[in-house]
Design a protein around this ligand. Structure first.
Ligand code: ATP
Length: 371
């Protein structure tokens, strides 16, 4: 499933050069984006970057100051919220406290043009989909937070919208329930085939649920891609740093071959060898080499099988049960984090502080970033 790679696929949602200003503050800045049918699309970014504003424009609660938004090929410029095939699920769920679970789900259907006799079937289908059959007669205060979240979802999907907008849908749940519910959300999205656009500031959540993620910063999208592509090949220091844990090493680039560079980061030590670099880097350019901690192995002897080997001193060790993170200081003061699994007691080396160790990684393990 990758409609964005198909040049003939028609996007369900099109943002074209959309700018949104509030007074003289620019919340969204000349943004262009396509989202395809059946996608589970995540808008990810820090507080205030404009995620909710994008959702509100899709739902029709706000209009772009400039540019155009299309849904299903239709310009949304003068289409009010109730005439869009879009529903929005709010973080607060906004359930009616005095209505049963059943009636909460039925509420929107009763006010729609669905024939009355079809409503029970549809509500029961939604109850089944969200595994709430047993709770149909209860009121919202008589069910758990996770169940309330599912009622809100069932109610949002009852009218079979083409597009469901979810603003921090799991924000009210504790970590464990949140993780379980992420998989439920994915399952329900797949079963209904509805396009989901989710707003979250939790990068793990976005990476777990989404087909593609847009990483936002101050009203612009820095990168749109699949979770693995965002993680493995971030296009900027901002994205590399925002998603997951990363080592950022500043240096100067020199070309050594096709797609190959050396990055000098300190005097008197070997430069970092990089291959498989997809973009061209100017000779002598100041760059940042980004490498994930789990791509680096910590060894006592120089690692023969790695193109890169750096010697350093362990400053700190974080033991996380399944993993250990080693903080290693290189000559010149650069700190590097390396994460190793503790898969067995034999594979786990018992290093201690002040130990001198080698850090090894392949020439294709990291990326060179110019911005
Ligand atoms: P959060 O994760 O905190 O919800 P967000 O990424 O959803 O943040 P938005 O709510 O879209 O951010 O807001 C983007 C920016 O636009 C913020 O700086 C906000 O203060 C501003 N903003 C949003 N709505 C208005 C408004 N009605 N009037 C003035 N400024 C606004």
């Amino acid at each position: 499933f990758a409609p964005w790679t198909d040049p003939d696929a028609v996007p369900l949602i099109r943002f074209r050069n959309v700018t949104k200003r509030f007074g003289d503050f620019t919340a969204i800045d000349d943004l262009t984006l396509d989202i395809y049918e059946r996608e589970f699309f995540a808008l990810l970014g820090p507080s205030g970057c404009g995620k909710t504003t994008m959702m509100r424009m899709l739902a029709g609660f706000e209009n772009p100051t400039e540019g155009r938004i299309e849904i299903g090929g239709q310009d949304m410029a003068n289409v009010p919220p109730n005439l869009r095939a879009v529903n929005m699920m709010f973080q607060s769920y906004a359930l009616f406290p005095h209505l049963s679970v059943y009636d909460n789900i039925a509420f929107g259907l009763k006010r729609s043009d669905m024939p009355k006799e079809q409503i029970p079937d549809r509500v029961n289908e939604m109850l089944r989909l969200t595994r709430l059959e047993r709770f149909a007669k209860r009121k919202p205060h008589q069910i758990s937070g996770g169940q309330r979240q599912r009622v809100a979802l069932a109610r949002s999907l009852a009218k079979a919208p083409k597009l469901l907008l979810l603003d921090e849908p799991l924000g009210a749940l504790d970590k464990k329930l949140r993780e379980e519910t992420q998989f439920e959300l994915m399952d329900i999205q797949e079963k209904t085939g509805t396009t989901f656009v989710i707003v979250t500031h939790d990068q793990e959540e976005a990476m777990t649920v989404a087909s593609r993620v847009a990483v936002m910063d101050a009203g612009v999208i820095k990168q749109v891609d699949t979770p693995p592509a965002i993680y493995e090949t971030p296009n900027s220091v901002y994205v590399a740093d925002f998603i997951g844990d990363v080592n950022l090493i500043e240096g100067t680039a020199a070309k050594t071959g096709e797609h190959a560079y050396e990055i000098t980061y300190a005097e008197g030590v070997d430069p970092i060898k990089v291959t498989e670099c997809e973009h061209e880097i100017a000779e002598g350019a100041k760059v940042t080499f980004a490498i994930r901690p789990e791509k680096i192995v910590v060894t006592q002897d120089p690692p023969e099988d790695r193109a890169n080997a750096m010697q350093g001193k362990i400053i700190d060790i974080g033991y996380l049960g399944n993993l250990s993170t080693y903080h290693v200081e290189l000559p010149g003061g650069q700190m590097v984090k390396a994460t190793m699994t503790n898969a067995s007691r034999i594979s786990r080396r018992d290093y201690t502080w002040e130990d001198t160790v080698w850090l090894g990684f392949r020439s294709s393990a990291g990326v060179v970033l110019s911005e």
